[in-house]
Design a protein around this ligand. Structure first.
Ligand SMILES: Nc1nc2c(c(=O)[nH]1)N[C@H]1C(S)=C(S)[C@@H](COP(=O)(O)OP(=O)(O)OC[C@H]3O[C@@H](n4cnc5c(N)ncnc54)[C@H](O)[C@@H]3O)O[C@H]1N2
Ligand code: MOO
Length: 462
């Protein structure tokens, strides 16, 4: 199974793992039962996050969730204006002056786009005249249509007072963009709960908003444990390995919209581990602590030793990889608590734990992207441990349905290279031991997490 047997010996005489651990009794659970516990653990996190909002400049708000309905402070367009470079006309004047389908009006002073005359000095189109008008310029009072310059005779802008030939039959409203025809002042421009897209930000800018109030993000503290763990970028001494787990979990959390802090606590001493964990949790103001490693049956399982008396339960779930798990509200000395999940240390076990437990609960309660699933069929036989749901790394050879599924690498939970080559997780049911080629299975798709599909309310629907 590729499972490791716990931590190295830090050189003490007394094995700290000896004897029963005080505190919460160990559990044995099915995957569904543990998923339910993780969901319950996340409920107060979702409540805490829902109570937080922050104001962000528009571009910083992309991808965030709008906290409250956003009413339009003014209409769009704010005033009637021309859709074309052309001539503002009174269509009734054209009809009155009609001769053989054309009409001749006198050119008034041109109206550029830009600052409008002060209130009370509004431009009015005198009867029998037509005003050269530029795209976006305010329509003069009395005008009810625009004729594009190409349709005039001559097809260019003349000096004021010159005759302009125009079509006699023009529909009222032609090439006029009416005030409020996009959105009227006071109407809801964006609804609370919208995941802000580039297009939403454009609308907010067009309505004059410089900043938007968005929901706070859930905060997670991701902790690597173990004195053999070295952050990437540093050389390895004999017996050491690079920390892959915090990157796996933190990058997945990033993609799901969490505000993530990462800490490596390379101490196998419970008291020191707890002190450093507390300091990191306080400085990040975290909603959830996520650890990896230090929870199975070894003599120096620091996470278990430090936290089992503090409200965190440890036990096993009928899952491979990801069997050892810990979960609870971590009670600090001052009586406050922080929800925490302890994932097993093997990298694939940590990643599978995230995908099986935290991601679905977060999608449900915090609104992050739900993972897609599909029906698949095995292209080769596979064995699975009795009584455990086995999650194998896999590639989809086509989209099916059912998709043809090729398992990648063995079941070992240390196989990072095979994990990197996979784009799906194949779920081999707990009651299956030998699955022949062609067996139907469920697959969990591991595409990069994207925006929540079709979860943004349409503000135009009330
Ligand atoms: N006697 C038993 N031994 C083990 C059992 C068991 O039931 N009985 N379960 C095995 C299983 S399954 C797993 S999974 C592991 C889980 O152990 P821990 O959570 O205590 O993890 P560690 O012992 O700390 O580490 C396991 C393995 O993973 C490597 N590791 C740890 N952290 C990282 C990291 N941040 N990046 C990369 N790799 C990491 C560590 O070096 C070990 O190789 O226990 C089995 N043993
Ligand atoms: O390697 Mo262990 O298989 O559960 O998570």
């Amino acid at each position: 199974m590729g499972a490791d047997t716990g931590r190295g010996n830090p050189g003490t005489e007394q094995l700290p793992g000896e004897g029963p651990l005080p505190g919460t009794a160990p559990f044995r659970r099915s995957v569904a039962e543990h998923a339910g516990e993780v969901r319950r653990l996340l409920e107060p996190v979702a409540e805490a996050v829902a109570a937080r909002v922050e104001e962000l400049p528009l571009r910083a708000a992309r991808g965030r969730i709008l906290a409250a309905d956003l009413p339009a402070p003014h209409s769009l367009p704010p005033f009637d204006n021309s859709q074309m470079d052309g001539f503002a006309v009174r269509t009734a004047d054209l009809r009155r002056a009609a001769s053989a389908g054309r009409a001749v009006l006198r050119a008034a002073a041109p109206i550029p786009a830009g600052p409008a005359p002060a209130a009370g000095e509004g431009v009015e189109l005198a009867a029998g005249t037509t005003a050269p008008i530029m795209t976006g310029a305010p329509l003069p009072a009395g005008a009810d249509a625009v004729v594009p310059v190409e349709a005039a005779e001559p097809p260019r802008f003349p000096a004021a007072g010159s005759p302009v030939g125009l079509p006699a039959e023009v529909e009222p409203g032609q090439f006029v963009r009416r005030a409020g025809s996009d959105i009227a002042a006071g109407d809801v421009a964006l609804r609370a709960g919208a995941e802000l897209t580039v297009r939403h930000l454009g609308l907010a800018a067009g309505l004059g908003f410089e900043r938007l109030t968005v929901r706070g993000r859930p905060r997670a503290l991701v902790v690597a444990t173990g004195d053999e763990i070295v952050p990437p970028g540093r050389p390895l001494a004999p017996g050491q390995i690079h920390d892959a787990n915090t990157t796996l979990v933190a990058a997945a959390l990033d993609a799901d919209g969490w505000d993530v802090a990462v800490e490596t606590i390379a101490s196998d001493t419970p008291a020191e581990f707890l002190d450093r964990l507390r300091a990191a949790a306080v400085s990040h103001g975290t909603d959830l602590v996520l650890t990896s490693g230090g929870i199975s049956q070894g003599a120096y399982e620091v996470v278990k030793l430090a936290l089992a008396e503090r409200g965190v339960a440890f036990g096993s779930v009928a899952l491979q990889p990801g069997g050892p798990q810990g979960l609870g509200i971590l009670r600090w000395d001052d009586g406050t608590g922080t929800p925490m999940l302890a994932f097993p240390g093997n990298p694939v076990s940590t990643y599978v734990s995230y995908e099986m437990f935290l991601r679905p609960a977060a999608a449900d309660l915090l609104g992050s992207a739900p993972r897609r699933e599909a029906d698949g069929v095995l292209t080769a036989p596979a064995d699975s441990p009795p009584g455990k749901l086995q999650v194998r790394r896999a590639r989809l050879l086509d989209t099916g349905p059912p998709a043809r599924v090729e398992l990648v690498g063995g079941p070992g939970s240390h196989l990072l290279h095979a994990l990197a080559a996979s784009d799906a997780l194949a779920v081999l049911p707990a009651d299956a031991e030998h699955l022949p080629a062609g067996s139907p299975i469920r697959v969990l798709l591991l595409e990069e997490h994207g925006p929540r599909p079709h979860r943004t309310p349409d503000p135009r629907e009330t």
